[in-house]
Design a protein around this ligand. Structure first.
Ligand code: PMP
Length: 415
C-alpha cells in the first residue's frame, strides 16, 4: 500500500496553521510528533464520556474507564508484539521507563565491580540513570564506540561484553545520527554472558515495525508523544520473569495488594509498577495513536521515511558548506538528519528557518558526549514523520540557501 500523504496531512489539524505568515513545515518529530484528529478526539471523548479512576470503582464509569485503559495496554502490547498485555507497564515517557529499570532492576542486581555497557550515542535519558547506578553500586560504565560513519564499533563487542557485564542498555535508533543499531546482535552477545538487555526504543517504535521477540530484548522503553500520542504517557515492555523478580519502582496506592501498618504486599503484574492514579486519558489516546499507525502499516511508515531520508540526504548534500552526520545508507538509518551548515550556529539557523515557517531542532539533542566526539557544541536537526513530504524538504533546502546568503557577510567578517 502506498500512503496518501495529502490524506494523512488532513488528519493533523496543526499542519494547516501558519508560522510568521508561512505554512508550517514541521521537521521536528524526533522531539515530539504532531497528533492526528483521532488521537485528539480520543482524549476529548475520554474526558467527555468516560472520566473516572481505574481499577478501584465499581460504578459504571469506573468500569468503562478501566476497560478502555486496559484495552490501550492490549493495543500497545500487540504493537510491539509482546507476549501479553501484562508485559506493558505504563510510564510517563521513555525516560521514566528507563529510570524504572535503573531503580528497580539496577539497584538490586548491579554490584561492585560489575559493568554496565552502553554506547557512545546514548541519549542522556539512557546514560545519566546508569551513571547514578554505577556511582551508588561501585560498578563501571563501558561504552561501545561510535565510528566515523555513525555506526557502532561492533568489533569491540567481544572484548566489551564479559562475565562482569550485568546489563547492556542501547539505543535502537539514534536521535542524532539516525543510525539503526543492530540490537538483536548485541542482545545475543549480552545474553550469552548472562547479561540482560534494555533497548531505548524512543526513536524506533514510532517509525518502524518493532518486535520484542525479534530484538531479543528484556526491556524496551518508549514514549507516546513521539508516536502520535499525547505527552504524559510512555511505556516499558518488560519480560515477565524480570517483572516478577523486580521490586516496585514507586510505592503508594494502586501498586499494593494487602497493606498493614508496618508492611505491604504488591499488586499483580504490571500494576505493581504503576503507583498512584495513572495518566488514564493519555494512555487511551495512545491506544488511538497505535490504531492510527496500525491502519497505515508500520512497513509503509518506514518506507515513506526511508524515501524522505534518502531525498533529504541527496538534496542537502548538494548545498555548499553542508556537513551531514550519520550513515549515508538509508537501509541502516532512520529519519533524523543532523547537520551543520555554512559555519552558521545551529541556533541562528533554526531562528532564521523559523522565520520561514520551518521548525527544526538545534542544540546538543541531549547527547552531549556524542557532540564532543563530533567536535561540535551543537547541530541542527531535521526529522521526518508520516505527514512530511519531499516538497517540505525542498522548502528546507531553499531556506538554507537563503540563510547562507544572509550569513555570508557575517561569516566573511568573522573568518
Ligand atoms: N531516547 C531517545 C533516543 C530520544 O530521542 C528521547 C527523546 N528525545 C528519549 C530517549 C527521551 O524521551 P522522553 O523525553 O520522551 O522521555
Amino acid at each position: 500500500m502506498k500512503l496518501d500523504f495529502q490524506d494523512i496531512r488532513k488528519d493533523f489539524p496543526i499542519l494547516s496553521r501558519t508560522v510568521h505568515g508561512k505554512p508550517l513545515v514541521y521537521l521536528d518529530s524526533a522531539a515530539t510528533s504532531q497528533k492526528p484528529r483521532a488521537v485528539i478526539k480520543a482524549l476529548v471523548r475520554y474526558y467527555e464520556t468516560l472520566n473516572a479512576n481505574v481499577h478501584r470503582s465499581v460504578h459504571r464509569l469506573g468500569e468503562e474507564a478501566t476497560e478502555a485503559y486496559e484495552e490501550a495496554r492490549r493495543k500497545i502490547a500487540a504493537f510491539v508484539r509482546a507476549e501479553s498485555p501484562t508485559n506493558i507497564i505504563f510510564t510517563r515517557n521513555a525516560t521514566e521507563a528507563i529510570n524504572l529499570v535503573a531503580y528497580s532492576w539496577g539497584r538490586s542486581n548491579v554490584g561492585p565491580g560489575d559493568e554496565i555497557l552502553l554506547t557512545g550515542m546514548e541519549h542522556h535519558s539512557n546514560l545519566v540513570p546508569w551513571q547514578q547506578v554505577a556511582r551508588e553500586k561501585g560498578a563501571t560504565l563501558r561504552f561501545i564506540g561510535v565510528k566515523e560513519d555513525g555506526t557502532l564499533a561492533l568489533e569491540e563487542l567481544d572484548s566489551l561484553i564479559t562475565r562482569r557485564t550485568k546489563i547492556v542498555a542501547c539505543v535502537h535508533v539514534s536521535n542524532v545520527l539516525g543510525t539503526i543499531n543492530p540490537v538483536a546482535q548485541i542482545a545475543k552477545a549480552a545474553h550469552a554472558v548472562g547479561a540482560i538487555v534494555l533497548i531505548d526504543g524512543a526513536q524506533s517504535v514510532p517509525h518502524m515495525p518493532v518486535d520484542v521477540a525479534e530484538l531479543g530484548c528484556d526491556f524496551l522503553a518508549f514514549s507516546g508523544h513521539k508516536m502520535l500520542g499525547p505527552t504524559g504517557i510512555g511505556a516499558l515492555y518488560a519480560r515477565t520473569e524480570l517483572q516478577e523478580r523486580m521490586e516496585p519502582f514507586m510505592f503508594g496506592g494502586e501498586m499494593v495488594s494487602q497493606v498493614w501498618s508496618d508492611h505491604a504486599t504488591w499488586n499483580e503484574l504490571p500494576m505493581k509498577f504503576e503507583a498512584g492514579t495513572p495518566s488514564i486519558g493519555d494512555a487511551i489516546a495512545l491506544g488511538a495513536a497505535v490504531d492510527y499507525l496500525q491502519a497505515l502499516g508500520m512497513e509503509n511508515v518506514r518506507r515513506h521515511e526511508k524515501d524522505l531520508t534518502r531525498y533529504a540526504l541527496d538534496t542537502l548534500s548538494t548545498l555548499e558548506g553542508m556537513t551531514l552526520y550519520g550513515p549515508k545508507d538509508v537501509e541502516i538509518r532512520g529519519g533524523a538528519v543532523a547537520f551543520n551548515f555554512a559555519g552558521i550556529h545551529p541556533h541562528d539557523l533554526a531562528t532564521l528557518l523559523d522565520q520561514q515557517g520551518i521548525a527544526i531542532r538545534a542544540g546538543n539533542h541531549c547527547v552531549q558526549p556524542l557532540m564532543r566526539q563530533l567536535e561540535v557544541s551543537a547541530t541542527a536537526r531535521a526529522s521526518f514523520y508520516i505527514y512530511n513530504t519531499r516538497e517540505e524538504i525542498d522548502v528546507l533546502a531553499d531556506a538554507l540557501g537563503i540563510a547562507a546568503r544572509y550569513f555570508s557577510g557575517v561569516i566573511r567578517t568573522t573568518g
